[in-house]
Design a protein around this ligand. Structure first.
Ligand SMILES: C[S@@+](CC[C@H](N)C(=O)[O-])C[C@H]1O[C@@H](n2cnc3c(N)ncnc32)[C@H](O)[C@@H]1O
Length: 252
């Protein structure tokens, strides 16, 4: 039997294997939510930690900020560089951040802070932030108020994360940082072919670590649901809705 920590470590390392499809299969982040995290009249020096292929980096750049990207996976960063060649990248983790002390105005993490070890990560966040700096954490979760999405969620439930788990992550990091927390909820809709819904779920870390036979069977059940559900049957494109929660942590 594999220990839960080992499974988690394997999941955290699994992203390299799915880097190629990742950016086109995962949802981006709504600009209002990222604007809330990086609320400023001026252009900020932003560090995107767990930046992956750069979905959050891209939105922050679009809002006029200067963004550097850090991720433990060289494969994910290679995809980021293909998509956003002007962005400086470095291999690193939240627990050992590459930038110098007091060198960034904001650190952001999209769909990533649940991988961080809160104590060491908080020490590093404090170290790299300038006085008055902020930490912005953001997650998309599938909107189960839509019936076919609820049916999908029931199938993927075993390993998937939820909004409550994300709030607990925020609470732990905020306690370690001694930070005030503000929250904004927004939404984003991903327009995708049914096959891409299946492939997108294939990029989730709990699926990436299954063996080939298990993964094939799991993804086949999702394909069947989309083929048979009255709201998705016969559709060539689906609107997959997400609720986005953005948390701005301001260390006191
Ligand atoms: C679900 S992906 C999110 C990528 C990107 N932020 C986005 O929104 O598309 C999670 C990322 O966190 C990275 N990661 C895992 N453990 C980490 C750690 N301890 N510190 C920093 N990043 C980590 C993974 O390599 C992966 O690229």
């Amino acid at each position: 039997m594999t220990a839960p920590e080992e499974v988690l470590r394997a999941r955290a390392r699994s992203f390299g294997a799915v880097a190629a499809g990742y950016a086109s299969l995962r949802p981006s982040y709504p600009a209002d939510a990222v604007g809330f995290l990086l609320d400023s009249e001026r252009s900020l020096d932003v560090l995107d930690v767990g930046a992956g292929t750069g979905l959050l980096t891209q939105v922050a750049l679009g809002l006029g900020h200067r963004v550097r990207a850090v991720d433990p996976s060289p494969e994910m960063l290679a995809e980021l560089t293909t998509r956003l060649p002007a962005v400086a990248t470095a291999v690193g983790t939240a627990e050992a951040l590459p930038p110098a002390d007091g060198s960034v105005d904001a650190v952001v993490a999209g769909q990533a802070a649940h991988w961080f070890d809160p104590g060491p990560a908080a020490r590093e966040l404090r170290r790299v932030l300038r006085p008055g700096g902020v930490v912005g954490l953001i997650w998309n979760t599938r909107d189960v108020r839509v019936p076919w999405v609820a049916a999908l969620e029931e199938l993927v439930d075993d390993g998937a994360r939820g909004h409550e788990a994300d709030e607990a992550v925020v609470g732990r990091l905020a306690a370690e940082l001694d930070a005030d927390v503000e929250v904004l909820e927004s939404r984003i809709v991903q327009r995708v072919a049914p096959d891409d819904v299946v492939a997108g779920i294939g990029t989730r870390s709990y699926v990436a670590i299954l063996d080939d036979a298990e993964r094939t069977a799991f993804l086949a059940r999702i394909r069947e649901l989309l083929r048979d559900h009255p709201d998705t049957r016969g559709r060539r494109e689906l609107e997959l809705p997400y609720r986005t929660h953005a948390y701005r942590l301001t260390p006191r």
